[in-house]
Design a protein. Sequence first.
Length: 441
Amino acid sequence: MNRGRLGFLIFVVLLALRLGTTAALDTFLEITRDIDIYASIARNLAAGHGFVHTAGYMPVLWRAPLYPVLLAGVFSIFGNQNALAVLVAHCALDAATATLVWWIGAQRFSNGVGLVAAALYALYPLSAYYSLCFLPEPLFTFGLAVFLVVFLQARQSPRAWRFGHLGIVGGLVTLIKPSAVALVPFLALALLLQRRRTGASSLACLIALLVMFVATISPWSLRNYLVSGHFVPVASGGGYSLWIGNHLRTDGREDDELQAERLQLLLEDRAAVGRIYERLQAEQPTTADAGASEINPGGTLHIAPDLDRVFLKVALEEQATHPVESLVLMAHKFYRFWFEIYQTENRWAQIWVYLSQGTLLALALFGLLRAYSAKVDVFPFVVVVLYFSLIHAALAATLRYSIPLVPLLMNFAVFAAAGVLARVNERFGRDTNPMGPSARE
């Protein structure tokens, strides 16, 4: 069987595994699917009303475009209320991601490691949970996996055009979730500091990477400028995310994580920032986004660019005034990013998160060290995982944001487990390893 047919067969099997996992979760758990405004935007897109939360209201600036566009395509074909069609689309994306996990594992370690890692990801309940919701995680996770594959290929054969392709993929990933907006610049800096290659060819690769990244997101940036009069590269809300994620009085938590007194504190402090914004607006001529801080009928705060800048300013002032407390909070958010369930009603599953995520991270760290000693190129994996861990420790953090990194770590976890299994076999006088060779350089 050629590799293409084998890949398709593996995809079909992985799709069946993911569909079965999501079906089991949907049977035993009570899941709220439409928990953000993505579906509302998609329905308006499908109906021809534009990229809006509510027909007749101003264009949305605080969400990236590609996931609503995907949903709009599904709704246009299967109907606006067809949650099953969205689920199947999400599971197909997850199966495609798992297939890339197999490909990476087979290239870096062995076919056995890749197959086991792909199957484990298809069965991983935490990622399957978000496939049941109208959230961008399945598309974003697939985009990150594609980004990693293109990055690995560019590392193997460094050419400017390959890094240009990487910049395009990085731009598309950013248009799925704006938290990735600094991923490509962070990667370019890491490549520069690594200093593995010098000279004109290396510089050409970095220039191609950055230029194509900017070129990819520029059309959406231009759209944002035309509808708001402000430069918004992908989405507004970064200042608000920094403010709420570092607000010391409420421990950097969102409003729906808080109750009683702490929730009241957050509402009061948020209103105080709003009053600063209103005073600034009163001192200036009316702009295109005046009054954009209103609550839309669906209940979602429209974060105007000017308001976002006020949140950014207040957040930076608080961090400068309380540097030690802010650093301690960042450490807490690093923990939340990997381990803490966001929704209070699902906290009963916290022990399972500790077990699954803890086991995955422990094995992945051991696998990374073992792979590095075996001269496997771990740099692309480390850079991507490090970037998102740092960016969410700096901004707002919750378990959902770490889920797209799971497939990047799964091969290393399986590789580590294979090493442990090999040692156990040796101890009991057996030299078999069902996962194949220990590593491929």
